[in-house]
Write a protein that binds this ligand. Structure first.
Ligand code: FES
Ligand SMILES: [Fe+2]
Length: 379
């Protein structure tokens, strides 16, 4: 029998602290999708924040959001229909208005006086529908910026997609804000500079990157092999990121990367791109480019999803000097999971950090060169 003992058997081993996914859902604005996609005259059911919501447009086009389970006998309003301005329950036809009041019980002499269900605060911005979640029931805040490019003739319409991620808390995707090294290994892009700024409800990542030359053809955004792309990405609140990308050749893209939680261990990731029409580019060509970016973005998230699906939740990541500020980011993120009264100064005060990418780029350049040589030798 051969027994293999680790050399460090007597040394302290770092253990992973898994912690647990918070039961609470983040306070803040959450984008549910393109506003117009809800204006088809039908009710839409959305599983979010551990409950089911129903979204519909009234006769003026205003979008309303209510709890989807009818307070009469519990049927699902999203299976019902829109009648006039109200949502009609499929079970006994009670009519619910956008503010949550029962407006009519067609077969009854009168509506029970206290018949009211939960209405959710909503907002339309950038062509998207947002819902305000707040476990404390407080008023909505105003931190989602308008994107100037949206709606201008020079830019395309949103190319929009979504995917449900199960088995992970949405903190995993927010961690990406500071995770410099994974861009090389997972997304096949080499960060050339990388900087984070957190302040109040906004967490920013500034990065320039070039595609890995040894992965030609796998460059997800197709910015071109030699080109350096500037990327400015900010989360406004816990779940809505605007990412502005500008390539060396003048190509400009705005990418939305946002999500809403379904349950503590699942979320829906939504993303959309608009592309600026370059001089001489037709609307069709620009739309095709946006569609190509939409596909590329989907591929990028799939690269992350493979990692998320198989990784452990970890509350005590073991970091090296060349990693980004994971703990500071998570401190910033925590502000959305506590009552307003419990927000500490260190969650919201300005924090800036330049990740030193010098050693990383020395190593990556040599690794890429080696891979190219190997590939050339193979012919
Ligand atoms: S359950 Fe909705 S009307 Fe009866
Ligand atoms: Fe990622």
């Amino acid at each position: 029998m051969t027994i293999t003992e680790p050399a460090n058997a007597t040394e302290d081993v770092r253990e992973i602290e898994n912690g647990h996914n918070p039961e609470r859902f983040a306070r803040g604005w959450h984008c549910l999708g393109l506003a117009d996609s809800f204006r088809d005259g039908r009710p839409h059911g959305i599983d979010a924040f551990g409950v089911k919501l129903v979204v519909w447009a009234d006769s003026t086009g205003t979008l309303n959001i209510l709890d989807s389970y009818c307070r009469h006998m519990g049927a699902d309003l999203s299976q019902g229909s829109v009648k006039g301005d109200e949502i009609a329950c499929p079970f006994h036809d009670w009519r619910w208005g956008g503010k949550g009041r029962c407006k009519a019980v067609p077969y009854a002499k009168r509506v029970p006086p206290l018949a009211k269900t939960r209405a959710w605060t909503s907002m339309e911005r950038n062509g998207q529908l947002f819902v305000w979640n707040d476990p404390e029931g407080g008023p909505p805040e105003d931190y989602i910026p308008s994107i100037e490019a949206y709606g201008s003739d020079e830019w395309t319409e949103w190319n929009w997609n979504s995917v449900t991620i199960t088995g992970s808390h949405c903190r995993e995707i927010v961690d990406n804000v500071v995770d410099m090294a994974h861009f090389f290994y997972v997304h096949l892009n080499q960060p050339l500079h990388f900087r984070n700024i957190f302040e109040d409800q906004v967490a920013t990542q500034e990065m320039s990157f070039k595609p890995r030359a040894d992965m030609a053809g796998m460059d997800y955004v197709n910015f071109g092999e030699e080109s350096v792309t500037q990327s400015y990405a900010s989360y406004y609140g816990p779940s809505y990121m605007i990412n502005r990308l500008a390539a060396q050749d003048g190509l400009e893209v705005v990418l939305i990367n946002c999500h809403y939680p379904v349950r503590p261990d699942s979320f829906v990731l939504l993303y959309g791109v608009i592309v600026k029409r370059a001089p001489g580019m037709t609307a069709e060509e620009a739309d095709a480019l946006a569609a190509q970016f939409g596909q590329g973005t989907m591929d990028t998230f799939e690269q992350d999803v493979v990692i998320w699906k198989n990784k452990a939740r970890i509350d005590n990541p073991l970091l090296c000097e060349d990693d980004g500020p994971v703990y500071q980011l998570r401190r910033w993120y925590e502000q959305f999971y506590v009552d307003r009264a419990d927000i500490r100064d260190d969650m919201i005060r300005r924090f800036e950090f330049d990740v030193d990418v010098t050693k990383a780029n020395e190593f990556w350049d040599s690794e890429v060169a080696k891979n190219l040589e190997l590939a050339a030798a193979k012919g």
